[in-house]
Design a protein around this ligand. Structure first.
Ligand code: ZN
Length: 502
């Protein structure tokens, strides 16, 4: 039998009244909701409160304590997905319902856009939809390169699924509802062994060029205020003129955020191609600060300043104060690229059977009173030499990163798998001669470092951490369609010529 400490219930109810939709008359109702969700039998008044109120426990602190108690008393099944469902149900009680949160968001927006996002972000952290504590486990650092500083993140935020859950998931029947993890029908959804717990999930309704979209934060953020804008309809990713219109419409409404989209064909973008969405947030990425070289003009858009960036990927930056001209210029560049081939540097827009290989990764921001739209050129061909992709991390750097190079990486932030934490430690130990560990895929790299550096205890961290960054730089160079060589840059200029003289 499990009882909830009355003092904790009172504290939680006060949170629900302060942040959620509830008032004093709802006290008993809330108490009973908590008992039901936690499968508990009643309340007890104890002299010893398990959580120190002086430490200002958060609603999530109390929630996690109760879940642990439930497991101890065998009234809650100890699987990750089940704990997440219960957590989301409890923290839903301190979250305003969708209509209320939308009303308060737009009340704040009437003062300023950043007041509105601040309001929503605070609630999203408080109700543990944004998992700040888990995100804090990530390893983050910067590495200086000839392109400027690049960022490395080793992603340790996502909790591991236990064996029991993996077994249950194998047995489970997949549901068609919600259609995908981004669908708007996830708002308030209970979740299951196959689908994320979303009872405490809220979506702000926004409009981009008269079309309805949702705005939400990302639970496992990769950067400050990492958020997602998703189409209200479950429809595939599509990069076209409307994409540029939508990105700039968002920037008009939220000029303190950047916004970008993953590509719309396999191998060169994100993992979800089935639901049209963009990623946004407050972060300034390494690519934002890349030096602009080779300015040029596109004849029919004299108001737009175009330039090539000094960046391992091939980027054209368009800048100007006239939004329509930026949209038209970006559409023009994209259309040209989507039909552009230069077989001297292996660039080919279509296969012989007509399959499209070209697309772009677009990123928009508002800076110094100008719209900026970065158009990153992409090509997803494969070859016998590069079966994973010609413009994809090549074999010799895949021990650091083998996944698709999506929007966030394009901008110079490496999101690396959590396994690397231990593997990099092994490499460091090997370099110090501490142990004869099996380094596997990292062996060659480690031996190269031994040759290149005199490694000791004081410099080993810096050497290896920097070398991880240099590998990521190589990853981006692999993904760049016009290489950094003279041949590659000349080929880039030939493409620019087709934009200038048209
Ligand atoms: Zn969907």
């Amino acid at each position: 039998m499990m009882l909830l400490e009355q003092q904790l219930v009172e504290r939680f109810v006060s949170f629900a009244m302060k942040y959620g939709d509830f008032e004093i008359e709802d006290t008993i109702y809330l108490q009973n909701r908590l008992l039901a969700i936690l499968n508990a039998d009643g309340l007890e008044h104890t002299t010893e409160i398990p959580i120190d109120f002086k430490n200002n426990p958060t609603p999530n602190d109390i929630t996690q304590y109760w879940i642990q108690q439930g497991i101890k008393h065998n009234v809650i099944e100890d699987t990750l997905y089940n704990k997440e469902i219960i957590e989301a149900q409890i923290l839903d009680l301190i979250t305003p319902r969708p209509s209320a949160i939308n009303r308060q968001f737009f009340d704040a927006y009437n003062q300023s856009a950043d007041k509105a996002t601040d309001y929503f972000y605070e609630i999203s952290k408080l109700n543990h939809y944004v998992k700040e504590d888990a995100i804090a486990n990530n390893i983050n650092y910067e590495v200086t390169t000839e392109y400027g500083n690049i960022e490395v993140t080793i992603n340790l935020s996502k909790p591991e699924k236990d064996a029991k859950q993996i077994a249950l998931a194998k047995e489970a029947k997949s549901s068609e509802y919600p259609q995908c993890a981004l669908c708007i029908e996830n708002e308030g959804y209970k979740g299951s062994v196959l689908q994320a717990a979303r009872t405490n999930h809220r979506i702000i309704r926004i409009t981009l060029d008269n079309e309805p979209f949702g705005f939400q934060y990302s639970p496992y953020a990769y950067f400050q205020e990492h958020s997602i804008v998703l189409s209200e309809k479950h429809e595939p990713m599509k990069i076209n003129k409307q994409t540029f219109i939508n990105l700039l419409a968002f920037i008009d409404q939220f000029p303190h955020y950047f916004i970008g989209s993953n590509a719309d064909i396999p191998l060169v973008g994100g993992s979800i191609l089935s639901h049209n969405h963009y990623q946004t947030g407050k972060h300034i990425f390494p690519m934002d600060n890349a030096i602009e070289i080779d300015d040029f003009k596109i004849q029919q858009f004299p108001s737009v300043n175009a330039s090539i960036l000094k960046w391992p990927m091939s980027v054209i930056r368009l800048k100007g104060s006239n939004k329509d001209d930026i949209v038209e210029a970006a559409t023009f560049v994209m259309d040209r690229w989507n039909h552009y081939s230069d077989e001297s540097v292996q660039i080919k827009a279509f296969s012989d059977d007509g399959e499209r290989h070209h697309t772009i990764t677009p990123i928009a921001r508002y800076r110094n009173n100008l719209y900026e739209l970065d158009v990153v050129l992409r090509d997803n061909q494969t070859s016998d030499e590069y079966p994973d992709g010609i413009f994809h991390p090549h074999q010799d750097v895949q021990h650091i990163k083998k996944e698709n190079i999506g929007l966030i990486e394009v901008m110079g932030t490496a999101i690396l798998p959590g396994r690397l934490k231990q593997e990099i430690q092994d490499v460091k130990n090997y370099l110090l001669g501490k142990q004869a560990v099996e380094l596997g895929v990292h062996q060659h790299w480690a031996d190269e470092m031994l040759e290149k550096y005199t490694v000791n205890k004081t410099n080993v961290d810096e050497i290896v951490d920097n070398e991880v960054g240099y590998k990521f730089k190589r990853v981006l160079e692999d993904a760049g369609v016009f290489k950094q060589s003279e041949e590659g840059q000349n080929a880039f200029k030939r493409f620019i010529l087709t934009l200038e003289k048209n």
